[in-house]
Design a protein around this ligand. Structure first.
Ligand code: F6R
Ligand code: ZN
Length: 194
């Protein structure tokens, strides 16, 4: 059923709905989409390419998963998801997501970290870089124009509840070419950001 409200037409996709999300485990009930990225999806992202190849040969573990509901990707809607980044190292570099800019660059995002420890590495195209700590119950705000990737420095999954404008889109290509100015390593039991 469609009916007009103000200046746009509301369809069934606009009906209110609820989703059960366990904010301890990050489990989303009945997600519409689950994105799974394995080590083999991460070629070119880590400093030590040989270490990544060894990890792929040793079983190609899951790196991260994203659980989502399908929502129209148009202005006015909000997308939300659970992002779950597993712990691990590629050589001595901490597991991380690919990272992206939003295609509609002027769109922000909030990440409410519900478990784990790590960083939200943020960068502007001019090379500015900020590593914002992530830990349980801390919300990280990624302003418009900042590329962003999660990095897991701990031994448990780094889990966040993310919300962003539905029209944002994801630009992986520019980040894949540019990289981030800083990476996070664990050396001798200590975090090294360089
Ligand atoms: C959405 C967003 C997160 C990430 C997710 C996976 O805009 O920032 O949901 O998409 O953490 O990371 P990427 O997208 O870098 O593979
Ligand atoms: Zn994003």
């Amino acid at each position: 059923m469609a009916h007009a409200v103000a200046d746009h037409t509301v369809t069934d996709a606009d009906l209110p709905f609820g989703v059960d999300i366990d904010l301890v485990t990050g489990a989303m009930a009945a997600p519409d989409r689950v994105l799974v990225r394995r080590a083999s999806d991460m070629k070119g992202y880590y400093k030590d390419a040989a270490a990544l190849d060894r990890l792929i040969a040793a079983g190609d573990p899951v790196h991260y998963e994203v659980f989502e509901k399908v929502i129209p990707e148009t202005y006015g809607h909000l997308l939300f998801c659970i992002s779950k980044l597993y712990p691990g190292r590629v050589g001595d570099e901490c597991f991380m997501t690919k990272g992206h800019y939003h295609t509609v660059s002027g769109t922000a995002e909030t990440y409410l970290c519900i478990a784990g420890t790590g960083y939200m590495m943020c960068k502007l195209s001019d090379g500015s870089c900020r590593a914002e700590p992530m830990r349980r119950n801390r919300m990280v705000y990624v302003p418009p124009h900042w590329g962003h990737r999660s990095i897991n420095t701990g031994f448990d999954p780094l889990i966040s509840f993310c919300v962003y404008p539905a029209e944002a889109g994801h630009n992986y290509g520019d980040i894949a070419v540019e990289g981030f100015p800083k990476r996070v390593f664990i050396r001798g039991g200590r975090e090294v950001i360089e």
